[in-house]
Structure formats: structure tokens, C-alpha cells
Design a protein around this ligand. Structure first.
Ligand code: SF4
Length: 55
């Protein structure tokens, strides 16, 4: 298992884990999934760690 330090860049500013100034994810790891039966494109993938910002 690779335990090296990662940087997850993300532009989803509506997510509570996003650092909106630097556009990166503040979590150590995220889960990416899909809502499609047979994903064929970038738009078919989702960040499953997304959590809506409340304020
Ligand atoms: S949890 Fe997902 S959507 Fe939220 S900042 Fe991290 S990568 Fe972006």
C-alpha cells in the first residue's frame, strides 16, 4: 500500500472539505465512484466524500 503524501486538487467550492483559496481537498483520502452502469467519460465519476457546506 502506498502511504505517500498526496495532494487532492478539487474545484468544488460547495464542499465543506474544499479549501476555496487554494482549490484543494483537505481530506487525507477520498472515495471516487460512479453513478453510471458503464462509465465512459469524466462526467460519469463522482466524489463520494463530498459533503455540502452548511454555512
Ligand atoms: S471531498 Fe471530494 S468534493 Fe469535497 S473537496 Fe474533497 S475531493 Fe472535492
Amino acid at each position: 500500500m502506498n502511504t505517500g503524501k498526496q495532494t487532492i486538487k478539487c474545484t468544488v467550492q460547495q464542499c465543506t472539505y474544499n479549501d476555496c483559496n487554494e482549490q484543494y481537498c483537505t481530506l487525507d483520502s477520498i472515495t471516487v465512484g460512479t453513478h453510471e452502469m458503464n462509465p465512459t467519460d469524466q462526467q460519469c465519476t463522482d466524489c463520494k466524500s463530498f459533503k455540502k457546506k452548511t454555512s
